[in-house]
Every structure is written in C-alpha cells, then in structure tokens.
Design a protein around this ligand. Structure first.
Ligand SMILES: [Zn+2]
Length: 333
C-alpha cells in the first residue's frame, strides 16, 4: 500500500472547491508516454496551473499501470526542478470500470479515481459507486462518478447512443453515493469524430462542420439542484482545425473531424464545471508534428527529431488550453 501523499500528489478536493468558487476549470490531460507527460508538466509548471494526470484503460495496457504511476511520481520531482515550488498534481484513474481496478489504483498511489458505472441501471450505478467511495475515502482518495451516457469512442469506452444526464436524479445520486464529483452528459463526446455530419450544419464559407451546441440548460438545471458541487466534462477536445489541416496536408486522412468549440468550454468553465478532460487534441498535435517531419525530412530517423517537435507542439496546446480556455493559470503558485 502506497499513499499518494508520500509521492507528493494531491487529491481533487481542494482543487475543485477553489475552481468552482473561482469560475475556472482544472485541466485533465491523459498521458501514455514520456513526451506527453513532459509536455503536460512543462505547461503546468510554466503557467502554475493545477493539473490532473489521467490514466485510461488504453494507457494502462499500452504503457503499464505501474510504470505510469512511477512516471507520475517522477513528474512531481520534475515539476519542482522546473521551478514550480508547490506543484499541485493529481494522478487520476480515467473510466475505472470495476471495484477491483479502483482499489488497485488507490492501493498503488493514485490520488483520485473515476468509477464509471454509467452504462449500468441506475441502482447498480449507485451501489458500485458507493462501494468505491467507501473504500477510497478511507485513504482520502477522491472519487468521480458518472451519470448519463456520452457518445463516441475512447479506448474501450464506447457508446452508440448518448443520453443527457437527468437533472432530477443528481441529488439522490450524489447523496447516496457520497461521490466527490460528477461527470455529466450534456452533448460532449469522446474521440476526434464527435458528431456525425447529419448532426451538424456546414459553414458555407469554409465547408467545415459546425457541431450542435452543448446543452447549457441541462447544466444549469444540475447546478441549481447541487449548488457548488463539482461537475466534470468528458470528451471535451476541440479538434483544432489547424492540426487536422496539417495532418491532411502531410499524407493523413481525417475528413470531417470536429470537436467542441472552445468558446463553449470557456463558458462551461465559469460554471460548476471544474474539470475538463482533453485527450484527442494532444493526439492531433502530436500526429500533426510527426507527420510534418516525416513528410518534409524523409531522411530523418532519430526519434528525438520527431518526438521532440511533437512534445513542443503538445506543450503549446496544453498552455493554450490552460490560459485561454480553462483559466486555471496562476491558481497553483
Ligand atoms: Zn471520458
């Protein structure tokens, strides 16, 4: 049993309380490899933003759960080396799907876990979430739960049909489970193809898809029911069209990839939404940078010469999100 506190990590309780009160949101970035982790920590350290490092089931399979945990421990030391005196870094399990998995993460030093039982019937979602909360809280590990179903594909999490969170259920759910934060469904979606063309309109000038707006009325209903309670948005990449263009110009093929407009995320950050998950955007940044090098310098074969630019591009993206979208810069001095 390792406590995250020995590793210099923090749970989400104080981060979220401050974010809700301050009208900003904490970035939750997924990581799978060293370059991505370096980019996240460099961006957070430079902007002095609290940050949540997320480990998905795909990341655990790809990189190994134990190795990722030690990387997060290293990230705390790296942040200090970069001059961030009191780093606020949370290590979070993304989309945990069983009690055993959540328990193993609590036991190995994660400071926060998500139990996603949103695909189960309501009462079963409550029972499983409560079981995880009861265990995690013994070790002061915070728990994110989910109510409502997001569309899209994220690693092994996928759903054909989405349905919005029902505001009339949130008080009962939060009270009976004791969860610390709640992921809701208001129209965000996992992946780089968040909407089918038939769900969108098309900008006549650029020919690009314009996605349907988020259901802010549902969000405001939920806020009214649970004043000050931390709300989480998954699937909130914006799919920057400049990356899609670079990818497509350099041999890639991502037709009609579209995400959530940043203005809408900015608006959500000012509400009870205090954690915004961003994964696909960094994948796009990385792929754009790597494709560009491969295309322009076909003789290059030193991985540092393409992973280095990829890291720089991801860092730029993370800093942009922190400063211009979430507003979390300067909140962890
Ligand atoms: Zn998610």
């Amino acid at each position: 049993m390792v406590s995250y506190k020995e590793l210099g990590l923090v749970n989400t309780r104080e981060m979220f309380a401050k974010a809700v009160a301050g009208g900003y949101a904490i970035p939750a970035f997924n990581f799978n490899n060293m370059e991505q982790l370096q980019a996240i920590i460099q961006a957070a350290a430079e902007t002095k933003s609290p940050v949540i490092l997320q480990v998905s089931s795909g990341a655990r399979k790809y990189a190994n759960q134990t190795l990722l945990r030690y990387m997060a421990e290293g990230a705390v030391e790296y942040a200090k080396e970069l001059g961030w005196e009191h780093p606020q870094i949370c290590l979070h399990l993304d989309h945990g799907n069983s009690f055993e998995l959540c328990k193993s993460c609590v036991d190995m030093g994660f400071s926060s876990v998500m139990i996603d039982a949103s695909s189960l019937p309501y009462e079963e979602n409550i029972a499983l979430t409560k079981q995880v909360v009861d265990y995690a809280h013994q070790y002061d590990v915070t728990v994110e739960a989910e109510l409502g179903v997001l569309a899209g594909v994220e690693d092994e999490v996928s759903a054909e049909e989405s349905h919005y969170t029902r505001p009339e259920e949130v008080i009962d759910f939060a009270t009976r489970t004791g969860c610390d934060s709640l992921a809701i469904s208001i129209g965000t979606s996992h992946g780089a193809y968040k909407f089918k063309p038939e769900q969108c309109t098309r900008d006549p000038k650029t020919g690009r898809l314009v996605p349907p707006p988020l259901a802010f009325d549902v969000l405001h209903e939920i806020e009214k029911k649970l004043p000050g309670f931390p709300i989480v948005l998954h699937g909130s990449s914006s799919v920057p069209q400049e990356y899609v263009d670079i990818i497509n110009e350099h041999g890639g093929k991502l037709p009609d990839a579209v995400g959530i407009p940043e203005e809408q995320l900015r608006e959500a950050s000012k509400s009870a939404v205090c954690k915004i998950n961003i994964d696909s955007d960094s994948r796009l940044a990385m792929t754009a940078a790597v494709r560009k090098v491969f295309d322009e310098k076909p003789g290059e074969f030193d991985p540092r010469k393409y992973l280095g630019p990829a890291r720089d591009e991801m860092k730029k993206l993370y800093m942009h999100k922190i400063v211009n979208v979430l507003g979390s810069d300067g909140k962890a001095l």
